[in-house]
Ligand binder design. Structure first.
Ligand code: SF4
Length: 561
């Protein structure tokens, strides 16, 4: 460790405090060898999309020659980097035995999982016939566990800020927090929905969610960069402000920035509109909300729950094997701390989701170890409502730009990852596929190899503020009904926690959400992207009569409008 020097040789404002320093942790350098040494910090990559933000990632999937390595060495997905991982896809199991175990419904071992994911370590690459056997088995298991419904949720993304100093090498969402400071050269970065870089005040978040709830959404999903001015609440801010070296805990006062995000509690209260389900606070954000203190995760999540948090996304998991994290996100919490945070969330009474981000430098053994940790966590807590595979999108990421990877997962790998997740995670009912990551056609195919959930509508402020034109990353209920019925399945609207599922009659269109607090079956958007006039009228009437949503106590709502 560097001892917390504020004069970092990389010019990095230390964001890690008592965590591993991404400058001093030289795992990547070590793994790459002397010819490929490179620093792992990133200062200000551009682009949109964030692994943290499960439903916010950009589109596109890469192509690379399949890993599926049968060799004794790691099958890193990099073009020429030789990652000498300790965890490698070697087993004493055979593909046939692994398939037999899966067919008989036995709990799969790590070796079984590796055999299925590689279609056998005795062959090079993916064997097409074996792959089909795995996919068919997973599809059958899906039908047994959750039936033929394909679920989706009416949701909106409201990410608060892109400011982040953590420097994950797979991320193209972040912007360096220094650029948001009042005296930054980068100019005025006041919030503008058309801007890529942004920080929103609680009042701005409130307005976005109000609009979305009026349209009928059930859930607001919010995942953000780790803005240095973010604190859990005022008590936490006092602790951080009193720190003898605030830079060691990645803290800068709100006054230093053009726009303050407020506190996490203020943001959650602001987004808690009229009973909407608030899905937010990943383990990494929970770490940020307790940095510089000895508060445990359960206590932190309890405070967040009191502020309106309903469930926590299990993003920031990436690959839960530290030798991989050391390469792709050395500034992030360890896999053990991710687990600890998830356990704290469940202990605080929250449902959680779980994710995997794959298709970068890891190999099949890492993927299965990851699944094992998720399965163990679910055995202990029972709090995981869904598993969300996130295929790495390589474009405009430091991993790709620096030549550490030459693409993402192949189609074969994507299909097998979903199928084996279904077979391996025998205690998680719902496996999600992503039209954002895969596109419609491929996503529909993955619904036939183990997945049963089709994520959400992903209404966003960029969409709702734009009348007409492209709807961008958005799927209407009519889109969903058309796609799901086309593959012979049953479309169904769900709540975030899957406890409420409403089958949709394809012949009874146009289709809109009914589960949101102000949903009445009207489509989320009119054909031209504008708001339903009826819904405007109903909202105005409701506010006059019932006072609208909960008051925004403790926020600066209104002050920045
Ligand atoms: S924590 Fe990592 S993945 Fe999340 S915004 Fe920051 S750099 Fe990106």
């Amino acid at each position: 460790m560097c001892g917390g020097s504020s004069v970092c040789p990389e010019g990095f404002m230390c964001a890690v405090g008592d965590r591993r320093c991404p400058v001093q942790v030289t795992a990547t350098d070590r793994l790459l060898g002397p010819d490929r040494q490179t620093r792992t910090m990133s200062h200000g990559t551009t682009g949109s999309g964030d692994d943290c933000s499960t439903e916010d990632a950009n589109t596109g999937s890469g192509s690379r020659s399949g890993s599926g390595s049968a060799s004794g060495s790691a099958s890193a997905s990099s073009s020429d980097a030789a990652f000498e991982f300790e965890v490698v896809p070697e087993t004493d199991q055979s593909f046939e035995n692994a398939l037999s175990n899966a067919r008989d419904g036995r709990r799969l071992s790590v070796a079984d999982g590796i055999e299925l994911l590689t279609t056998g370590t005795d062959v090079d690459g993916i064997d097409p016939a074996r792959k089909e056997q795995v996919l068919e088995l997973a599809d059958r298991r899906r039908a047994e566990v959750v039936g033929d419904e394909v679920t989706f949720v009416a949701n909106v993304n409201n990410n608060v800020t892109t400011a982040c100093n953590t420097g994950c090498l797979f991320c193209n969402f972040k912007d360096p927090a220094a650029a948001f400071e009042r005296d930054a050269d980068a100019g005025d970065l006041e919030f503008d929905p058309e801007d890529r870089a942004f920080t929103k005040t609680p009042a701005q978040s409130r307005a976005i969610v109000e609009d979305a709830v009026d349209r009928g959404v059930y859930e607001v999903c919010s995942v953000s960069g780790l803005h240095p001015a973010f604190a859990l609440d005022e008590e936490h801010r006092e602790v951080l402000a009193a720190h003898d070296r605030p830079e060691r805990v990645n803290y800068r006062p709100p006054e230093a920035y053009v726009t303050s995000p407020g506190t996490y509690v203020e943001q959650l209260r602001a987004m808690n509109v009229g009973g909407v389900h608030v899905h937010s606070m990943t383990p990494e954000e929970a770490y940020h909300a307790r940095r510089g203190t000895d508060w445990d995760y359960e206590a932190v999540y309890r405070r967040l729950r009191d502020a309106g948090l309903d469930s926590a996304p299990g993003t920031a998991a990436e690959i839960l094997v530290d030798e991989v994290r050391d390469v792709i996100c050395p500034g992030k919490i360890t896999s053990g701390e991710w687990i600890e945070a998830m356990e704290g969330a469940v202990a605080a009474g929250l449902d959680v989701t779980a994710t995997i981000m794959y298709g970068h430098v890891e190999n099949e053994a890492h993927r299965i170890r990851h699944l094992e940790r998720i399965r163990d966590l679910q055995d202990r807590t029972g709090g995981i409502t869904e598993f969300v595979p996130l295929s790495f999108v390589h474009e405009r990421t430091p991993l790709y730009d620096r030549g550490l990877v030459d693409g993402g997962a192949t189609d074969d790998e994507d299909e097998l990852l979903i199928a084996v997740s279904r077979l391996f995670l025998d205690n998680v009912e719902n496996v999600q596929t992503s039209w954002v990551k895969f596109g419609d056609e491929k996503a529909l195919k993955t619904l036939n190899c183990g997945a049963n959930d089709f994520m959400g509508t992903i209404l966003s402020e960029e969409i709702t503020t734009r009348a007409g034109g492209s709807h961008g990353q958005f799927r209407s209920f009519d889109d969903y009904v058309e796609m799901v019925t086309a593959i012979g399945r049953v479309p169904a609207e769900r709540s975030t926690d899957y406890r409420t599922v409403r089958r949709i009659d394809p012949d009874d269109g146009p289709h809109g959400p009914t589960l949101g607090p102000r949903a009445d079956g009207t489509p989320l958007l009119d054909d031209d992207g504008s708001r339903s006039r009826n819904r405007d009228r109903d909202r105005d009437r409701d506010r006059e009569g019932a006072g609208g949503g909960r008051p925004v106590a403790g926020t600066d709502a209104g002050a920045d409008d």
